[in-house]
Design a protein around this ligand. Structure first.
Ligand code: GDP
Length: 426
């Protein structure tokens, strides 16, 4: 049985918390896309952790945690992260890295920095983790697959080829120091040492696990609106953030994904540039940012203040549809307890017409939010464990959103901890 945990919005919806929570009853947790560019924040009995590459199941002794072939694998960062959890008392997690995953090289990180510098004010707001240059090279077929670390002749030949093309850009476009094939080889040799103990045929392992009736969680990074095809192109990430891609990025049949838990945050936030129709500014945004998440809405990787906005039914309905949501986990609802009334974006006005369908980027640029205001509940709902015990206005907010987006909210998260969850019958 495979379940995917994915985001409906711009990311930071609280997928890490939901995955950590569901991992208690799962055998295997797989990261299937993205890299160390975004982070999940998890609070549990060991403390508070920001994970970037490690799957959110690493806190349980019974789980196997997998870096799938779809991931941008930054090997030194992975090892550093393993150390950062074991240093704080978490038992050494069982980790497998796909022999088909490709490797983030130090020059990918440099190219990411150089390009953002070159673009100046027009930059993408990249976290400069090398993700876009990494995926460009993967599809240009000059990336290094983990399995290739064990073929010295191939590494040599490819390192030479990489230098040929990269050095043209470094010399003429960026005016930066050139790459040397021997440095690339030395880097690859050190990676072989580091990753060696974790390398596995992940797809084969998962095939056997499915035959044995194991429960597998696929853990997504970012959300629908950052998907390169279906998101706010070009302000998107470089790998698909959709549950459908989970099959590819883990190496399992698509029909095995039986549940798509789509995480939606009770208000909006985004890091980096890009269209965000229900964005708010000034004191209103500062207040929500300060109260948001667990200790404020600041990027888990960069510490940057997140952009804030009201819940967007148009974007979330679309976000759930593209994920194929079977369940919606509605998170961080407790944060809204301070508001007298809560604006919700229920439509976009584009050229004088109101729509509830999420348009392409050109339409988003013209869209103005249409708000409906719902009464607040003015109390702290953390600690409540039964849906019926939530204040009436809080239930009304949830049920209003559910009607607008058209997908069932089966879980409500009312605090950062594992146990802060209310299950709701469909
Ligand atoms: P992810 O990338 O989707 O895992 O999301 P992040 O970890 O970047 O952001 C979610 C933040 O909200 C983290 O700091 C979580 O600890 C916190 N969080 C998750 N669920 C809840 C919730 O229901 N209430 C509150 N107050 N915080 C939450």
């Amino acid at each position: 049985m495979v379940k995917a945990v994915v985001g409906a919005n711009w990311g930071d919806e609280g997928k890490g918390k939901i995955t950590d929570m569901l991992a208690e009853h799962a055998d295997i947790i797989v990261r299937f896309q993205g890299g160390a560019n975004a982070g999940h924040t998890i609070k549990n009995n060991y403390g508070k952790f920001a994970l970037h590459t490690l799957p959110s199941g690493v806190f349980y002794g019974h789980t196997t945690n997998i870096i799938g072939n779809g991931v941008a694998l930054d090997i030194p960062k992975l090892l550093e992260e393993i150390r950062s959890v074991t240093d704080r008392g978490v038992p050494a997690p069982k980790i497998l890295a796909s022999d088909r995953a490709q490797i983030v090289m130090s020059y990918h990180v440099l190219f990411d920095q150089y390009e953002e510098e070159r673009l100046g004010g027009k930059s993408f707001g990249s976290t400069k983790s090398g993700i876009a240059p990494f995926y460009s090279d993967k599809y240009a077929k000059i990336g290094f697959q983990v399995s290739e670390l064990f073929d010295e002749g191939l590494l040599r030949e490819k390192a030479g080829r990489v230098c040929e093309t990269k050095n043209v850009l470094l010399e003429h476009l960026y005016k930066k120091p050139l790459l040397k094939a021997e440095d690339i080889l030395a880097e690859l040799h050190s990676y072989k040492e580091m990753i060696g103990p974790y390398v596995a045929d992940v797809s084969g392992f998962l095939d056997q696990a499915l035959r044995d009736g194991k429960t597998i969680l696929l853990e997504g990074q970012l959300g629908t609106l950052k998907d390169p095809d279906h998101g706010i192109y070009p302000m998107v990430t470089s790998s698909s953030t959709l549950a459908a891609y989970g099959a590819i990025g883990a190496g399992i049949p698509p029909y095995e994904i039986k549940q798509v838990i789509t995480v939606c945050k009770a208000y909006s936030s985004a890091v980096g540039a890009g269209e965000f129709v229900s964005e708010i500014f000034g004191a209103e945004a500062d207040e929500l940012r300060k109260r948001g998440g667990d200790g404020g809405e600041f990027g888990a990787t960069t510490g940057r203040p997140r952009r804030m906005g009201w819940f967007d039914c148009v974007a979330s309905k679309y976000g759930c549809r593209l994920q194929g949501a079977t369940d919606v986990a509605f998170t961080v609802l407790d944060v809204l307890g301070y508001l007298d009334e809560i604006p919700v974006c229920v439509g976009y006005e584009i050229d004088g017409t109101v729509t509830t369908e999420f348009p392409t980027t050109a339409g988003l640029k013209k869209a103005k939010p249409v708000y409906e205001k719902l009464p607040g509940w003015k109390c702290d709902i953390t600690g409540i464990r039964e849906y019926e015990k939530l204040p009436e206005n809080c239930r009304k907010y949830i049920e209003f959103v559910e009607r607008q987006i058209g997908y069932p909210i089966t879980m409500v998260s009312n605090g950062p901890a594992r146990e802060d969850i209310i299950y709701r019958k469909k």
